[in-house]
Design a protein around this ligand. Structure first.
Ligand code: NAP
Length: 453
């Protein structure tokens, strides 16, 4: 080929940025990469998923940002595939497409009352406190100041993030880049009790110890664990004996179960063997009906039929993310992922020429940010193998110049790397004006205005 291979990466979260990096870091095949995102800003879940008070994890953003400065890499934001441009057009303009748009939708509990006012998805709450442009600000500004007791369903790291943000004081959060209106709403919160519900036992929880421990170190919240919830069957004992991470989690929870409350104004109650079966309320959710479960000896649980209720005027389900389908792209509805073989998109058992997938939309919503680096590199290796083997489709009808011309015609709408740099500067300046390192701009129009300097 007498020109660089042209690759479009769809989604600028960690897996997209790691894919772009892997593509331009190799020297065997010259590549140019356009990283396309539907939002005006890059970095996906690093910006809109990682908790703002986890500064060291969020600093991954600086590493991802360096990729945008590499020769051959461009950011093109505010451009939605399926809305502004079709997959078919992308195939015309690019030799290969790497889909890395993640898994941004929530999973549901499928229990009665789930749609009552005050019952929300963690994905929406996280989006709101991170300043996502699509977040429903009015709902949170109405719900938080009027809630006194919250139930968070699930015991993964997202549930821990949600609980911590709900339980912290504004003083513990104002060094972050949370939007100012989020801090003000959290300041107006009247929550006194936050209940975290795990349907299995402490040895089966999916949170990690470092994140778990933070719940026991909050300035104004005591952590409360009923010793009766420390139930272990043979499978749990074996897990504790063979998995150090599980043993550490259990040790933290055991220590909490021995703690006396110190009279702090908030309490975080951590429950295990507690499965929500119904949300009840009137014009708003008022309580969660919980069934006691029993470990079944093999890592699962069975219901005992014993029901209790927990008062709750806010219920946050944090039971995992799921991917969504993209027009013209095969999708496995059951698993919520794009079917693939080593990152090559599959349709009816055969690879779709020139289409690849990486990250959560490839393997599901699991792992830490670093997991996506390996995952993206593996997909890029498949893509480069296909180039070497000549199995990529013939270059499309339209040339690179035609895409650039298309971009020029849409210049007022899209955000380039330079536009993102202007947003970045504006967010730092906004933060400094309030004595903070950075304040996230949450509004699409304001982001677009900032991108134009
Ligand atoms: P997750 O770890 O899969 O946790 C989901 C939780 O929901 C589990 O406790 C699960 O219980 C529970 N659950 C599922 N269906 C349920 C139901 N119908 N009723 C009650 N509980 C139910 O997912 P996540 O917390 O959304 O996190 C996604 C990924 O991001 C994970 O890999 C996580 O580690 C990562 N993450 C990492 C960090 C960090 O490193 N700081 C922060 C946030 C997220 P069962 O186990 O019983 O199914």
């Amino acid at each position: 080929m007498d020109r660089p291979l042209r690759v479009a990466v769809i989604g600028s979260g960690p897996s997209g940025m790691y894919a772009a990096d892997a593509l331009v870091n190799q020297t065997a095949i010259p590549v140019s990469v356009d990283v396309i995102d539907r939002l005006p800003v890059p970095f996906g879940l690093v910006r809109y998923g990682v908790a703002p008070d986890h500064l060291s994890i969020r600093s991954v953003r600086d590493t991802l940002d360096k990729t945008l400065d590499k020769p051959g890499v461009r950011f093109i934001g505010n451009l939605e595939v399926g809305r502004d441009i079709s997959m078919a057009s992308l195939h015309d303009y690019f030799d290969a497409i790497v889909l890395t748009y993640g898994a941004s939708r929530d999973r549901r509990l499928d229990i009665p009352g789930e749609d009552l006012d005050g019952s929300i998805a963690a994905t929406d709450f996280v989006a709101w406190y991170c300043g996502h442009p699509d977040a429903d600000r009015a709902t949170f500004e109405r719900l938080l100041p009027t809630a006194t007791s919250a139930v968070v369903v699930g015991v993964g790291n997202v549930a821990i993030d949600v609980t911590r943000v709900l339980a912290k004081t504004v003083g513990e959060l104002d060094h972050t880049d949370m939007p100012q209106h989020v801090l003000e709403t959290l300041r107006a919160s009247n929550l006194t009790d936050i209940h975290l519900l795990g349907r299995r036992g402490p040895a089966q929880a999916t949170f990690t110890t470092k994140e778990l421990k933070e719940l026991g170190e909050l300035l104004e919240a005591d952590v409360v664990v009923d010793p009766a919830d420390l139930a272990f069957d043979e499978a749990s004992e074996q897990a504790i004996a063979t998995d150090k991470a599980i043993a550490r989690n259990v040790e933290v929870i055991r220590e909490w179960s021995r703690r006396e409350q110190t009279g702090k104004p908030r309490r975080v109650h951590v429950h295990f063997l507690a499965r929500p079966v119904e949300l009840r309320g009137d014009d708003r959710v008022r309580e969660v009906v919980v069934e006691r479960t029993a470990l079944d000896g093999s890592g699962g649980v069975t219901g005992t039929g014993v029901l209790t209720t927990i008062p709750a005027d806010l219920v946050v389900r944090s039971v995992g993310y799921r991917g969504t389908a993209l027009d013209e792209v095969p999708f496995d509805e059951r698993r919520g992922v794009i079917p693939n073989a080593d990152g090559r998109v599959q349709r009816d058992g055969a690879s779709v020429p020139g289409e690849y997938v990486a990250g959560w939309i490839k393997r599901g919503p699991t792992g830490i940010i670093g997991t996506n680096k390996k995952d993206a590199a593996a997909t890029v290796a498949s893509l480069l193998d296909d180039v070497q083997n000549g199995t990529l489709p013939k270059p499309g009808n339209a040339s690179a110049e035609q895409f650039d011309q298309w971009l020029a015609e849409h210049a007022n709408d899209v955000v380039t790397t330079q536009g993102w740099r202007s947003i970045d500067e504006a967010e730092r300046a906004l933060g400094q004006s309030a004595g903070r390192p950075r304040t996230t701009i949450h509004d699409t129009d304001a982001l677009l205005a900032a991108s134009r300097g």
